[in-house]
Ligand binder design. Structure first.
Ligand SMILES: NC(=O)N[C@@H](CC(=O)O)C(=O)O
Ligand SMILES: [Zn+2]
Ligand SMILES: [Zn+2]
Length: 347
């Protein structure tokens, strides 16, 4: 049995940090574990322009705890809307700190109201992205209310992404937070410019978790957890050693009262123990030796960035996750609140 694990410091290729009074509370967790993170732009209002991303980046950097200052780099993204001008793509490429443009189908998830209503409306932007090599980061779910919520990812890939890649075969695409066997197969069959991120919670849980002993809002996220066979397909992909699949926590903090509500919002917070949770999933699959590729090497390779130089250390040591963490004027219930974890990252 392995008792300690040293990894090249990983990066988180899909993260929500929010803004305002909660920003410092959110970023502290991620800056402790990761060197860089692709920061999602679904703020209110969304980060649609390079200037917005520059200002948000400054606020994030200023919110990093002093002890970790300079060690954490936010990698910024723009929120694609029907009104995004194609010229924004060149500005994004030239600024050097924007690493992707995020597609939220309008209404698909948290703060996606300003998202894209029809892919045909953003075609010129996507063409420009293909031209300059700026990745498109996709929340891959259709919003058609006639499509079952558990099928929305598979239907999106078939009806929207496949035709898009047919028209723009050189577009670089990250299918974010994949949740199904269909998505694994889609990404594998696509060309080398198509990759996917996988969350820790989708590796660890099936949809049963949402309903064990009652309705459990802290297991609700989008795309929603799926059946066990999909979880198994995700574990197989993540531990396969294929560079198309890499780490993206989709850690998505919400105040406790927004989660524990008659209409609880979507998002699972995992940044407090991201590496511990991934280590657990990889260990269960007998693939701890594949964790470094997934967590630290394949993401930088896709995004054309250098692999980090320092290391992190995980030890087999049980610790209890707090019942809640501070979150501005409210609090945040983390995944595994009050439960024990088998791995611990050493600071
Ligand atoms: N994943 C989620 O359930 N929620 C995310 C949005 C997203 O990543 O789709 C959020 O911003 O809260
Ligand atoms: Zn999403
Ligand atoms: Zn997300």
């Amino acid at each position: 049995m392995i008792d300690a694990l040293e990894l090249v410091r990983p990066d988180d290729w899909h993260l929500h940090l929010r803004d305002g009074v909660v920003l410092a509370d959110a970023v502290a967790h991620t800056a402790r574990q990761f060197a860089r993170a692709i920061v999602m732009p679904n703020l209110k209002p969304p980060v649609t322009r390079v200037e917005d991303a520059a200002a948000y980046r400054e606020r994030i950097t200023a919110a990093v705890p002093p002890a970790l200052a300079g060690r954490f780099t936010p990698l910024m993204t723009l929120y694609l809307t029907d009104a995004t001008p194609a010229e924004e793509v060149a500005r994004a490429r030239d600024c050097g700190f924007v690493h992707g443009v995020k597609l939220y189908p309008a209404g698909a998830t948290t703060n996606s109201q300003s998202g894209v209503t029809d892919l045909s409306r953003v075609f010129p932007v996507l063409e420009a992205m293909q031209q300059v090599g700026l990745p498109l980061l996709v929340h891959g779910e259709v919003t058609d209310p006639g499509v079952d919520v558990f099928d929305r990812e598979a239907v999106f890939l078939e009806r929207q992404l496949a035709p898009l890649l047919g028209r723009l075969p050189d577009l670089r695409v990250v299918v974010e937070h994949i949740t199904t066997a269909e998505a694994v197969a889609f990404v594998r069959a696509a060309g080398p410019r198509v990759a996917a991120t996988i969350t820790a919670h989708h590796l660890l849980y099936s949809r049963n978790a949402m309903f064990t002993g009652g309705v459990c809002p802290h297991y609700y996220c989008l795309p929603v957890l799926k059946r066990e066979r999909h979880r198994e397909a995700l574990v197989e992909a993540a531990t396969s050693g294929e560079p198309k699949f890499f780490l993206g926590t989709d850690s998505a903090p919400h105040p406790r009262r927004a989660k524990e509500s008659a209409c609880g919002c979507a998002g699972i917070f995992t940044a407090h123990a991201a590496l511990e949770l991934y280590a657990e999933a990889f260990e269960r699959a007998g693939a701890l030796d594949r964790l470094q590729g997934f967590a630290s090497e394949f993401g930088p390779r896709f995004y054309d960035l250098p692999v980090n130089r320092d290391k992190v250390r995980l030890e087999r040591a049980t610790w209890e996750v707090p019942a809640a963490y501070p979150f501005g004027h409210d609090e945040l219930v983390p995944l595994r609140a009050g439960e024990r974890l088998a791995w611990r990252m050493v600071d």
